[in-house]
Write a protein that binds this ligand. Structure first.
Ligand code: URP
Ligand code: ZN
Ligand code: ZN
Length: 475
């Protein structure tokens, strides 16, 4: 056995498979031993603490150039410091193709944005917005081979959306080349039609955002995405699922044996459309797409987390400042909802919120918590078992939790560069106290102590969950 240079002693170690009491031995950034009474020069005492794999946040937006003049408040430095302080040690943001530019250009651009800044390890999903012959014939296949093995496609937003024909084209590349396809499922035409009607009636305040994107809009698109994937015979992952109606479509597909995966996010457990009704323009703080729904939907999302319908719990951190002409107030403090940047911040609060309300209240157990927030996203995006578990040979990305620490979430304790949190005032029990990335302590007593730029780019393997069933068309 390689002698550890660091040992985490006396903790309760949890993975997606087991909860055990043991020491964790670390050498040269990797886990080299799990056992009793391990010795090393450096020791972290984790008595009374939980020792979990660092979180893997597989849906967040950092420094993503926006077409409308808005600017994301978090780049790779503040965004990943915030991730680390919230117990997350791997992030998978998006390299977004701008229409008219190549996919390769997007990837090079995002590397330049991340290098020298990220403090935790990172991979990239692609966003495909321009389905050219070059993208289909050359760029996408080579990028998949080079370690960019997942991509997101949009069914809405004028500058990003693909039509069904284009979706089929990219899904068939995913099938042939082994990539994971993620879909933002909302019906663009319905949203445009409803928005037009609402604007004609003068109903343009932030809360009408929810009325412009009712559950049926998400349900129809979810079903269509599943059907297109069935036609091609390729697995698909529906991102940021908001409630019962989309969940029913996903469950229906899973019951038929389709490889349909799904993700949800804290905003669908902790916010409702009522939050968009806050005084004046304040509702803009909770505007995201799909919008938060109602209390029954929150319950449906909890049930789907409990019963295995969802595989992934991510943040969809979309960092726009509120009181800022480059953020939510891009078009002023009385802007129509259709012109307010979408998205809520949450990379740092993702894990404490789910831990406290999920594990603390007995809705999910510790193993399921690790599965949803770390092991599954690592598996589904080709990073497992290097990331997402505590096992011999895995990177020593570890978060040590104080399960009893009580914290009131307020924006001033967070490390993002956004001027608000939608979770202001929520009290949680359990907080990530110490965070190790590749064996190095980067968060101590809740504060970041690592070096800017220490995060490394990760090439993703072709994920096993992206394998087709082999039952459909092979056109
Ligand atoms: O409103 C949201 N979710 N904004 C972020 C972009 C996206 O679609 O994930
Ligand atoms: Zn989306
Ligand atoms: Zn997103």
């Amino acid at each position: 056995m390689t002698r550890p240079d660091l040992v985490i002693r006396n903790g309760t170690v949890a993975t997606a498979a087991d909860v055990i009491s043991c020491d964790v031995g670390i050498a040269e950034g990797r886990i080299v031993a799990l056992g009793e009474s391990l010795e090393a020069d450096q020791v972290i005492d984790a008595a009374g603490k939980l020792v979990l794999p660092g979180g893997v946040d597989s849906h967040l937006h950092l420094d993503q150039p926006m077409g409308d003049g808005s600017v994301m408040a978090d780049g790779f430095r503040s965004g990943t410091i915030s991730a680390a302080c919230g117990g997350t040690t791997t992030v998978i943001p998006f390299a977004c193709q701008v229409k008219g530019n190549t996919l390769r250009h997007a990837v090079q651009d995002y590397h330049a944005r991340a290098e020298g800044k990220a403090v935790v390890d990172y991979a990239f999903h692609l966003i495909i917005s321009d389905v050219t012959a070059q993208v289909l014939g050359q760029e996408l296949p080579s990028l998949i081979d080079e370690g960019y093995t997942s991509f997101k496609i949009y069914m809405t937003y004028d500058d990003l959306k693909l039509n069904d024909h284009q979706i089929l084209d990219v899904l068939s590349i995913a099938r042939r080349d082994g990539a994971m396809a993620m879909v933002h499922a909302e019906n663009s035409e319905c949203i445009a039609w409803l928005t037009e009607k609402l604007e004609l009636a003068g109903d343009t305040a932030p809360h009408f955002h929810a009325a412009s994107r009712p559950p049926v809009v998400e349900r129809e698109a979810t079903h269509r995405a599943i059907s297109l994937a069935e036609l091609v015979d390729v697995p698909v992952l529906i991102v940021h699922v908001s409630g019962q109606e989309a969940i029913e479509q996903i469950r229906w597909a899973q019951n038929r044996g389709f490889r349909v995966y799904a993700e949800t996010c804290p905003q669908y457990l902790f916010l409702t459309a009522e939050d968009l009704h806050k005084d004046g323009f304040e509702g803009a703080k909770c505007m995201c797409s799909p919008p938060p729904r109602d209390k029954d939907s929150q319950e449906a999302v909890w049930r789907a987390l409990e019963n295995g319908t969802f595989q992934v719990f991510s943040s969809d951190h979309a960092p726009f400042r509120y009181d800022d002409p480059k953020g939510k107030m891009l078009q002023g403090a009385d802007a129509k909802f259709a012109y307010i940047p979408n998205g809520v911040p949450g990379v740092e609060t993702r894990l404490p919120l789910l831990f406290s309300e999920g594990v603390g209240k007995g809705r999910i157990d510790l193993r399921r918590f690790v599965e949803l927030t770390s092991a599954n996203p690592a598996r589904i995006y080709g990073l497992y078992p290097k990331k997402g578990t505590i096992a011999i040979g895995a990177d020593a990305d570890i978060t040590i939790w104080d399960p009893d620490k009580e914290v009131e979430i307020t924006n001033d304790i967070l490390h993002h560069n956004v001027d608000y949190t939608p979770y202001e005032g929520i009290r949680v029990r359990g907080w990530p106290e110490t965070v190790l990335s590749r064996g190095e302590v980067i968060v101590r007593d809740g504060e970041f102590c690592g070096a800017e730029g220490r995060g490394k780019f990760l090439k993703c393997e072709k994920p096993d969950p992206a394998r087709p069933k082999g039952t459909g068309t092979t056109l």
